[in-house]
Design a protein around this ligand. Structure first.
Ligand code: GLN
Length: 447
């Protein structure tokens, strides 16, 4: 712990932590030490983990990096935190993120942007930017993020780390502040595939508090890490040929494809003609769900409350106007609009149909292939402030990550070295539903 506390101090300027749990982490460390001496320690004994600040931990503040929840103390622990603690991990603090996990650069946080450890003028990606930087700068061994449309994979990619979004329904969302409930999944950000496997092992599996979690048995991901088979891999042609894709990322991915072939994997280009529909469908569905999920922040139940309101309606209005940031408001408005009578069929229902088409299309692809290969992000990390003025530019940057979010498939971002400016490059692999075991084993062999 002392080592990580020092790392956190030395990297304070990166703004990765919203709070360091000095006291509770120490208390826990003592208890775990004792268990180790008694030979009764859990699977994660002593593993120092940071959690994204939208994951509830009993008696600790949780804010989702929003003024709306500033100072809000969680009365209970999320299932993922309970499982970490049960296996004797040490939770070192809560990590900065985009407000309510809405963003791809960690710039919408009420607590300010996070700097990339490669160059603090650059974004770390988002929304789990703090989670990625904390691992990148060795401020904790591993971290948890949440991934709705790329928020674990893309920041991991921008920081040269490994980011895993499990299958929708693999990990409980109980106690995780909701953004878009039919997309949200907790995922680990780690510097090794071993750590990702170990964490998934502990976090995955049925939970009586979240009925969307699958009752499927959890395989021993760590035991089978070295069992990678030769894979049949589909490369989504349109993603590699996309004009938005940075040339250096493209070159690195093309080289990787050659390497994979040389290693005996089958790699084939396939056409995916729904690429243009991904971002629109994703933003219609997620903003719709967000507008509903965020209706609970009314100035009464949680967090921020305006003190001058003269009526209940005014209290709602003023509290929400003051508590939410600009991006969150934009999404609530968009979501309310697409759900409103008269527009519902044209937007929300249409987007649901597109989601079904996308999922069916992937299922067909997965009849012939084990994995799908694509980029993670179209560009390397950009400068803080550069994309902030244009929400559409920011949304379009999610084009490659939202595909498995719409379909629910598991996906991993793996580092692919650096570009000529020393910025991390990355590649994404998507697997069949609940095939994390093969995905992790493949990743282990790939790196
Ligand atoms: N950038 C995407 C968005 O803003 C993804 C966010 C996420 O996965 N939480 O919605």
């Amino acid at each position: 712990l002392a080592y990580y506390f020092k790392q956190i101090k030395d990297n304070e300027h990166l703004n990765a932590f919203n709070e360091v749990f000095f006291y509770s982490a120490e208390v826990q460390a003592k208890a775990v030490q004792q268990k180790i001496e008694e030979g009764a320690a859990g699977k994660l004994a002593g593993m120092v983990i940071g959690i994204k600040d939208n994951i509830c931990y009993k008696d600790h503040i949780v804010t989702a990096s929003s003024k709306m929840l500033d100072g809000f103390v969680s009365p209970y622990s999320s299932t993922v935190v309970q499982r970490l603690l049960q296996e004797d991990a040490l939770i070192i603090g809560r990590l900065n993120c985009d407000e309510f996990a809405m963003g791809g650069s960690n710039e919408t946080s009420y607590f300010g942007p996070v700097g990339n450890a490669v160059n603090s003028d650059l974004v770390p990606g988002g929304s789990s930017g703090g989670s990625a930087v904390a691992v990148q700068a060795d401020m904790c061994l591993a971290s948890l993020g949440t991934d709705t449309g790329g928020s674990v994979r893309q920041p991991a990619a921008f920081c040269g780390q490994i980011g895993l979004k499990p299958t929708y329904g693999r990990i409980s969302r109980y106690g995780v502040i909701a953004y878009a409930s039919s997309f949200d999944q907790v995922g680990p950000i780690t510097s090794s595939v071993e750590d990702a496997a170990l964490l998934l092992q502990v976090l995955a599996g049925a939970d009586e508090n979240d009925s969307t979690v699958s009752p499927l048995e959890v395989p021993d991901y760590s035991a089978n890490l070295n069992q990678s088979k030769k894979q049949k891999i589909a490369v989504l042609k349109e993603t590699i040929e996309s004009e938005a894709l940075d040339p250096e990322i493209k070159t690195a991915i093309l080289k990787s494809i050659e390497d994979l072939k040389a290693q005996g994997h089958t790699v084939e280009y396939v056409s995916f003609d729904l690429l243009d529909y991904l971002v629109p469908a994703y933003y219609i569905l997620t903003t719709a769900e967000a507008s509903s999920n965020l209706s609970r922040y009314d100035g009464v139940h949680y967090g921020h409350r305006n003190t001058e309101a003269k009526s209940l309606t005014e209290l709602y209005k003023l509290s929400r106007a003051e508590g939410f940031g600009e991006e969150v408001k934009r999404r609530i408005l968009l979501g309310t609009f697409v759900l409103s009578a008269g527009y519902y069929d044209a937007y929300y229902q249409k987007a649901q149909q597109v989601r079904r088409l996308i999922r069916d299309k992937l299922d067909v692809l997965f009849e012939d292939y084990d994995l799908i290969l694509s980029p993670v992000a179209p560009t390397p990390p950009f400068k803080i402030g550069d994309n902030l003025q244009d929400p559409l530019v920011m949304y379009m940057a999610d084009i490659f990550t939202v595909l498995p979010s719409l379909s629910g498939n598991p996906a991993i971002a793996l580092p692919l070295g650096n570009n000529k400016d020393g910025l991390p490059l990355s590649i994404q692999f998507i697997a069949k539903h609940f095939e994390e075991e093969q995905l992790l084993a493949f990743s282990q062999a790939f790196l």
